[in-house]
Write a protein that binds this ligand. Structure first.
Ligand code: PLP
Length: 442
């Protein structure tokens, strides 16, 4: 077992486990598990209104966790860091608050890319359905990068929001958001649309600098990078977020309440955090940072990622399964036939090796370690079930990116993804069992 793997107790509980689903969520190191347990044992209390010691300790840990986030994304202040339930909630809150403030009106347009996760599509579709805003999609090119020609052509005066993933959870492609920012500045000057970034798949992989990107708001998670689930961050520039009228309010987010009226707090982050926040999740985030620092920070993380990512990519490129000489062929049963689909795309260049098609670019420098793929003639669920029977965890389906999958003519794909606890042996095992699956399921 690698030294890093040893830090993650799940691999001691299940020594045979090959966990390749970290894009969905990451496993947790002992430092996080023990740190949260210790907090709950020794200093758990509600924050803000307690003048007793454990409440003050709790409050400090809560703020420290925000300071860590702020430092890591180069935010101006921890006050710009808002905790919400998950990223889907984060964007729903932001989209509805933008509407409530009047920054978006009927017929105004929101631009997103075709690869977006549903979290960055459905909140806008709600505004379209309820209030008549417009939503338009920017295409990606054959390398799965943002199609800047298409983007430029869609930048008209009705565009009020540009909301883009930094990294696609399906292709792993990194979008060049600094370029997006320059194009917005060139086209609109000071009167530019709000620029929102879904950092859910970039923050877990590399250091993200919101100042350099030039965005106005970003939402992302920390459960994909060792913290507990339900800890997502909504970051926004102070001047933008101070203007917004939050969609939710209540205790802690108001200045006064009378029987028939109330006044919202104008303070950040309070105005966006009504009610008791999730304290132990915040501590888990703090502990996750401590863990990353203990393994020499993001640079070490990136180095491991680059190495494993290049290895997996090469394996995908070279993978030519050795097929048994007597495949089932004509003996196929009706049941196995029904699970096969003619579903591979025509118009887009997938990395093609007769059996396995990788949905994503080949350049390891512009992508992260998320690998979506299809196996010709075999249903993705059959592949993932087969791998699961061999203790290999991947994911199959549409990866909450149905419009993108539809644009490729696909109904489903498999997705394997890595993290720092994975090893080359895990990747080898995956390909070994994938070959067996292809032979047994064909
Ligand atoms: C790019 C991206 N955006 C948004 C989300 C939504 O996260 P959640 O389901 O936790 O709200 C995910 C989850 O995988 C994601 O990968």
């Amino acid at each position: 077992m690698s030294n890093i793997k040893k830090n993650f107790p799940i691999f001691q509980t299940h020594p045979e486990l090959v966990y390749l689903d970290s894009t969905a969520t990451s496993q947790k190191p002992s430092h996080v598990i023990d740190g949260v347990a210790e907090y709950l044992r020794s200093s758990y209390a509600n924050i803000h209104r307690g003048s007793y010691e454990i409440s003050e300790i709790s409050e400090k840990l809560y703020q420290d966790s925000k300071q860590k986030v702020a430092d890591n994304i180069w935010a101006e202040s921890w006050r710009e860091v808002i905790y919400t339930g998950n990223s889907t909630y984060a964007l729903n809150i932001l989209a509805q608050s933008i509407w409530r403030t009047g920054l978006l009106k009927k017929w105004d347009k929101v631009l997103v890319s075709i690869v977006e996760h549903h979290a960055n599509i459905v909140p806008w579709l709600i505004l379209k359905e309820d209030y008549g805003i417009e939503l338009e999609y920017i295409a990606v090119n054959d390398n799965f990068e943002l199609d800047y020609e298409d983007f430029r052509s869609k930048l008209d005066d009705t565009v009020k929001i540009v909301s883009l993933a930094h990294v696609s959870n399906t292709t792993g492609q990194i979008f060049d958001l600094e370029n997006v920012n320059s194009l917005l500045n060139m086209r609109y000057g000071n009167d530019r649309p709000l620029f929102i970034v879904d950092g859910s798949q970039s923050v877990p992989h590399f250091k993200v600098d919101v100042e350099k990107i030039g965005c106005d708001a970003m939402f992302f998670t920390w459960h994909k990078i060792f913290a507990d689930s339900w800890i997502w961050v909504l970051w926004g520039k102070e001047d933008v977020f101070k203007r917004l009228k939050p969609i939710f309010s209540g205790g802690g987010a108001i200045w006064y309440v009378r029987q028939w009226e109330f006044t919202s707090s104008s303070e950040l982050p309070d105005k966006f955090e009504p009610g008791t926040p999730n304290l132990s999740w915040a501590v888990s985030l703090l502990k996750a940072f401590e863990y990353i620092e203990s393994i020499w920070g993001y640079s070490e993380l990136e180095q491991i990622e680059n190495d494993l990512s290049a290895y997996a990519l090469k394996k995908f490129e070279e993978f030519e399964p050795h097929l048994n000489s007597s495949p089932q062929g004509e003996d196929e049963t009706a049941a196995s036939l029904s699970s096969k689909e003619e579903n591979l795309s025509e118009g887009i260049s997938l990395m093609d090796k007769s059996e396995v098609k990788l949905i994503g670019g080949r350049d390891p420098n512009t992508r992260v370690w998320v690998f979506s793929f299809t196996v010709e003639g075999i249903h993705s669920f059959d592949i993932s079930d087969y791998l699961a029977d061999h203790h290999i965890c991947i994911r199959a389906g549409q990866h909450c990116a149905e419009p993108f999958m539809e644009s490729l003519g696909l109904k489903h794909s498999c997705r394997m993804s890595l993290h720092i606890y994975n090893t080359r042996e895990d990747i080898d095992k995956f390909f070994e069992v994938l070959e067996m699956a292809i032979n047994d399921l064909k």
